[in-house]
Every structure is written in C-alpha cells, then in structure tokens.
Design a protein around this ligand. Structure first.
Ligand code: TYM
Length: 333
C-alpha cells in the first residue's frame, strides 16, 4: 500500500491554479488508486511565514478544508487534518533544520522571489520553510506527493534531506516522489501570463478564485490577455496567454490540447474564450454548491477531528523513533 500526502497553505483565496495543479490531481489519484492511503492537510503553520490576521486565518483554514471536500475528495478515504493540530510537524521541522544547509535554503527560488517582493521585514521562518515542508511529508513516510510545478524544488530538497538522514542513521524515512501533472502544473496569471497565477496576488483580475461569482469568473476569462497573432495553437513561448487558456480548458474538460486546438483552429479567440468562460463558470458553480452544503453541516468538524486523530498516531510514533535514532533524551530502561 502506498501513502500519498499533500497540503495547501491557507493564505489568500484558493484559485483555479490550486484546483488544477493540486486538488483535481489529488482527487483523480484517489479514484485511480483505490487501495492506497491519502493524507491531506491545511498547512496553517506555513501561512505564518508572512503576517496573518487571526480571524481571517482561522476562517481560511475552514474554507480550504471545505473546498477540498467540495472539489470531490472522498471523505471516507482521506485523512484530512490541520497541520498545527499535530505538534509533531513543528518538532520534526526543527530537527530537519539540523540536517539542512544554509546554501540549500538560499537556492530555493520561492524564497528568492518572495524575499524580493516582500515590502515588510523577512521572517526567518520564510527561509526555513522547506525544512518544515520536508517534515510534513516524511513524518508520514509519504511515497507520493502530488503538487504543482512551483513545489518541485521543495520536493527535491525533501528527498535530499530524507536521504541524508538515512545515510547517517540507516534507512528510516521513505524518500518521497513528487507527482506533477503533465497538463496544468503551472497555471499562469490571466493578465500577465509570464507569471504564475497566485492566490496571494494584490489585484484580482489575474486569478480566478474558487469563491468568485461564476459570472465574475467568466468575465475574467473573457478579458484574459492574449496576443495579436490571432491563431489558436499551443505555443507557450510566443502565445503564453492562449497557451494558458488552452491548458485550463484541457484540464477542466479532460480533453487533450491537440483536440481542442483542432476544434478551434478555424475560429477566433472570442469564440474560444466564450466557450471556456462557460466551462470555468460551470465548474466553479458546481464546486460552490457542494461547498455550501458541506459548510452548512457538522460534517466538516467531524472529518477534521477524525483526520487529526488518525494522523496523530502515525506522527507521534514516527517522531519518537526519530528522536531515539538521533540520540535525544534518555535511554529507555
Ligand atoms: P500552495 O498553498 O502555494 O499551493 C498549493 C498547491 O497548489 C499548487 N499551485 C499551482 N498549481 C498550478 N498552477 C498554479 N498557478 C499553482 N499555484 C499553486 C502548488 O504547487 C501546490 O501543490 N508549500 C506548499 C504547501 C505545503 C505542502 C507541504 C505541499 C506545505 N507542506 C507538503 C505538499 C506537501 C504551498 O505553499 O503550496
């Protein structure tokens, strides 16, 4: 039996980038792997790497949990939990910092990008974040970690840290493999397709939130930046806007990009965008309907309690063994 683990940070809103790159993939894997175990958590400790307003953070944690389920996760087959409710994440995160080099953290492109953008003082947790992320994964001996492209480097570092530990103390942690979707691993900003669609963005025209009014989402697709070439083809270099829209279409409809291109090859951008805007707004609408029924029931807290209890048992045992391996504490009689 394999174990699949992934998480989302509750900062900003959830976008269709998160949906396509991570959540939809997770749901598809769950269907394709009926014998395997799925662990999914809300990475609230990671959110604290940048300043958060307490009431908003608490609200978002619940929203993400509800959205995971609304997007089609099977609650019976998912251990769904909140990272900060399992203390072992933070403790193993610290231990793994002791096995992570400054140079490795300095090379993380996400840290470099964020530190350039940040107008407030940088926290040290933003820098050490990848060690906590490694802990989130190897604490559960994850075999696979479904994520979008932007997390690939963090996964490579996780593998290095796990292997380094194993080389020193003997085989102990499972070295995880990332699963990155072939289509949709990096959904781009609708207004500036040279940058990744991000939920933490200041302006809201470049991203579609899973909480957007469906008609607003449709408008955002219609006003997405394209180009003056005027031909529908998949050319991310010269037509990044159209390539991004084709990717969104392909992922939401489970249709190959080639087939979409041939369907629209004789039509204009307007027609293509209009069809895609309907696909996007319908997708969002159906997710929102499920979301409403979930948040209006007690189901969510029950699922989160159950998830916490299940994850806790595994996390506790693994961390205790890890501390013994390293030589911490007293020898048991
Ligand atoms: P986060 O919260 O930034 O993103 C959550 C997931 O969504 C994917 N994603 C995207 N995929 C495609 N296109 C986009 N524009 C896009 N934006 C985001 C991300 O790749 C990710 O899979 N550090 C992680 C959270 C985390 C985690 C973990 C993930 C903490 N611990 C352990 C996996 C395993 C993060 O900030 O993701």
């Amino acid at each position: 039996m394999k174990r699949i683990v992934s998480g989302i940070k509750p900062t900003g809103t959830l976008t269709i980038g998160n949906y396509i790159g991570a959540i939809k993939q997770f749901v598809a894997l769950q269907k394709a792997m009926p014998e395997d175990e799925f662990f999914l958590f809300i990475a609230d400790l990671h959110a604290l790497t940048t300043p958060q307003e307490p009431a908003e953070l608490r609200q978002r944690i619940k929203e993400i949990a509800g959205m995971y389920l609304a997007c089609g996760l099977d609650p019976e087959r998912t251990v769904l939990y909140i990272q900060s409710e399992i203390k072992e994440h933070a403790e193993l995160g610290y231990l793994l910092q002791c096995f992570t080099y400054m140079g490795e953290l300095e090379r993380m492109t996400q840290f470099k990008d964020k530190s350039k953008k940040q107008d407030v003082l940088l926290t040290s947790s933003l820098f050490t974040y990848p060690a906590l992320m490694a802990a989130d994964i190897i604490l559960y001996d994850a075999d696979y970690v479904p994520v979008g492209e932007d997390q690939k480097q963090h996964l490579e570092l996780t593998r290095d840290i796990a292997s380094r530990f194993n080389n020193r103390y003997g085989d102990f942690f499972t070295v995880p493999e990332p699963i990155i979707p072939k289509v949709g691993a990096r959904i781009m900003d609708l207004q500036d397709p040279s940058k990744k669609m991000s939920k933490s963005d200041e302006t809201d025209k470049g991203y579609i939130s899973l909480f957007d009014e469906p008609s607003v989402a449709a408008k955002k697709i219609k006003s997405a930046v394209t180009d003056s070439i005027g031909i529908i083809q998949f050319d991310p270099q010269n037509q990044p806007g159209i390539a991004n829209l084709l990717t969104i279409y392909s992922s939401l409809e489970n249709e190959s990009i080639d087939s979409i291109v041939s369907k629209y090859s004789n039509l204009g951008y307007q027609e293509f965008k209009s069809d895609l805007s309907i696909i996007v707004s319908n997708t969002i609408q159906s997710i929102q309907e499920k979301y409403q029924s979930i948040v209006n029931s007690n189901q969510l807290d029950e699922i989160l309690d159950k998830g916490r209890d299940q994850a806790q048992i595994i996390a506790y045992k693994k961390l205790e063994k890890c501390k013994r391996k390293i030589g911490l504490g007293r020898k048991r009689k």
